[in-house]
Design a protein around this ligand. Structure first.
Ligand code: TYD
Length: 219
């Protein structure tokens, strides 16, 4: 139902360890069962060039990546993603499920790395030609819990370069995500990531059902 299209654009956001992947899997299974056309994708990545940018920006061994370079790389990946995959899918009536989108750049590069949310918003507006999700599900998680979950998941490893950042960085991210949601409550569903997986899934479904019906994609 994104402005000019018959598809529906759904984004999952949140800090690391919030359970986005699990929720995306459940959502994808549900939508598939109802016979809808679904595209599940992720950022950075989602296209051949985007996946190359992903390894440039996330893998160790590139040396120091300054924040502006990082912000532009994420935005470049996003521009390709929107143009080559997301917009065409929405035009054909597909439900697009995307793991992270612009809000991740506003939180990580804008707030976390100190570039300023407004400036990062501007380059992303330009990169995406203004494409906004129909709904963003924010899985909100306390940074301490996030750190514990990440440590458990990584078996104590440092994780990728960005995941090595400290609790304060994650607290800044959390505030930025919550600020975004508070500024446009109609387009957000904020859920407590420590709730049970099934309960989160049901809340997400309840929020999406009317949207999918209106888009004519209902089962
Ligand atoms: P990923 O392995 O996909 O982790 P997660 O499961 O947490 O999504 O790594 C994506 C990393 O990239 C994550 O640390 C967030 C970061 N990121 C940004 O800093 N800016 C962005 O715009 C995006 C999309 C991701």
């Amino acid at each position: 139902m994104s402005d000019e299209t018959s598809g529906v654009f759904i984004v999952l956001e949140g800090g690391e360890g919030a359970g986005k992947t699990t929720q995306l899997e459940l959502l994808e299974e549900w939508l598939n069962r109802t016979g809808r056309a679904v595209l599940r994708t992720r950022e950075p990545g989602g296209t051949a060039i985007g996946e190359r940018i992903r390894s440039l920006v996330l893998d160790h061994g590139q040396g120091e990546v300054d924040p502006r370079t990082e912000a532009l790389l994420f935005a470049a990946s996003r521009a390709a993603h929107v143009t080559q995959k997301i917009r065409p899918a929405l035009h054909s009536g597909t439900v697009v499920l995307c793991d992270r989108y612009i809000d991740s750049s506003l939180a990580y590069q804008g707030a976390g790395r100190g570039l300023g949310v407004e400036q990062v918003a501007q380059i992303n507006e330009w990169a995406t030609q203004g494409l906004q999700p129909d709904v963003t599900v924010l899985l909100d998680l306390d940074p301490e819990v996030s750190a514990e979950r990440r440590a458990a998941r990584d078996g104590g490893d440092a994780g990728d370069r960005i995941e090595s950042a400290d609790i304060e960085f994650h607290a800044a991210l959390r505030r930025a995500f919550l600020d975004r949601a508070a500024a446009a409550p109609a387009r957000y569903l904020v859920l407590d990531a420590t709730d049970a997986v099934e309960s989160i899934h049901h809340e997400v479904r309840a929020r999406l059902e009317p949207l999918l019906h209106r888009a004519g994609a209902a089962s």
